[in-house]
Design a protein around this ligand. Structure first.
Ligand code: ZN
Length: 102
């Protein structure tokens, strides 16, 4: 889904949402940056456009430096490493459970 034409998108600068960080980009997000969407829902929502604006608490992007900083705080690295170390069959089973539950 394209939100706007590329030339329209290039007009907007996206700044890192981390306090006091001045990093930004224009146009398409460079690799290493991350969109960060925080919301409340009874269950994870895979179709983000369905989330009511009132239930969104965070809609920002982070630069690579602050993606790493967030990784340190949120146990994301340990979770990723645990997934990578899983056997292929375990990983497939977990993905099936996530697909069914969501
Ligand atoms: Zn930053």
């Amino acid at each position: 889904m394209k939100w706007q034409g590329e030339s329209e998108l290039d007009r907007f600068s996206h700044g890192c949402g981390w306090h006091a960080c001045e990093n930004s980009f224009r146009g398409e997000m460079p690799r290493g940056w991350m969109w960060l969407l925080g919301y409340w829902a009874k269950l994870p929502e895979m179709e983000f456009w369905r989330i009511p604006a009132n239930d969104m608490s965070c809609d920002v992007c982070l630069c690579p430096e602050h993606v790493r900083a967030l990784d340190e705080k949120l146990k994301l690295r340990e979770f990723r490493e645990a997934i990578e170390q899983m056997e292929e069959s375990e990983r497939a089973r977990l993905e099936e459970i996530i697909r069914r539950e969501c």
